[in-house]
Ligand binder design. Structure first.
Ligand code: FES
Length: 280
């Protein structure tokens, strides 16, 4: 059992959970993830490690409620425990000095991009971070990202705070300006990463995305997380999660991600109808 040291709803439907996990904290590197199981009958879900503290022996994840498992996870509180926590998994982000790096994050990706932005800054790069949300009330970790970036750009879909628009709009403005960008990292929903990659491709700027395909074992055994990159089948859990966004077959990824949508909706409806008292 892995104990929850801290649980906080950062903004509606997006939660921070800090676990006591000294062995994982000792080895965690930017870009890696863990697989959790909320209880012994629960499904396994991958979550990017947003932060870790070797001294405290803790790791932090930030996740969005999207289905039954994440709703059940969101109901846990400080002091509760989950059944299993496996990690760190995946190949760490490649950190080196390249010049100017743009780190973009949307939804849970605002937290997931944090360790990469920090590491790229420590490696001597100029870091420009861009975060997006549909509206002001869904933004979080603005100060945290500012502290590890030379420049932080915030954009909101409804224009309620900062310029109205999305990450591709901000990327285009940077590319058309004076700044020479050497590398982009993008973490967030698949659609945002697809659009960010499509925006950078005509400018020939290498774009690293963190693919969030459906996973089961997370160790390259089940094949569930397979993605098509540069015409080759790759396993996101062991060959990634980092891939070249210009090489990813986004249509295949989006279609595989929605493969269980009907069952997921059914599962959520069943769970909510059984637990309506608890969720009200
Ligand atoms: Fe099973 Fe990647 S999750 S092979």
């Amino acid at each position: 059992m892995y104990k929850i040291l801290k649980k906080q709803e950062l903004v509606p439907n997006i939660h921070l959970v800090k676990f006591l996990a000294p062995a994982i904290a000792k080895k965690a590197q930017p870009g890696q993830f863990v697989i959790i199981t909320v209880d012994e009958k629960g499904e396994r879900i991958p979550l990017t490690i947003a932060d870790w503290d070797k001294t405290e022996g803790s790791i932090t994840v930030v996740f969005m409620e999207v289905g039954t498992t994440t709703q059940r996870f969101a109901l846990l509180n400080t002091g509760d425990s989950i059944d299993s926590l496996v990690g760190p998994l995946g190949i760490p982000a490649h950190i080196e000095k390249v010049g100017t790096v743009v780190c973009v994050g949307g939804c849970y990706g605002i937290a997931a991009i944090m360790p990469i932005a920090r590491a790229m800054k420590e490696a001597g790069n100029k870091v420009i971070s861009i975060i997006e949300a549909r509206s002001k009330y869904l933004l979080f970790w603005e100060d945290e990202l500012k502290s590890v970036s030379d420049q932080l750009i915030v954009t909101t879909g409804d224009g309620s705070y900062a310029p109205q628009g999305w990450i591709p709009d901000q990327l285009t403005q940077i590319f058309e300006g004076e700044e020479k960008v050497d590398l982009i990292f993008a973490i967030g929903c698949t659609f945002m990463m697809k659009l960010a990659s499509e925006t950078s491709k005509p400018f020939d700027i290498k774009t690293i995305v963190h693919l969030n395909s459906i996973m089961v074992d997370g160790t390259g055994m089940c094949g569930c997380c397979r993605v098509l990159v540069g015409g080759e089948t790759k396993f996101a859990c062991v060959d990634g999660p980092e891939f070249d966004g210009h090489q990813v077959d986004w249509d295949v990824l989006l279609s595989r991600q929605s493969g269980y949508q009907d069952l997921e909706i059914q599962s959520l409806q069943n769970w909510e109808s059984r637990n309506w008292r608890r969720t009200k």
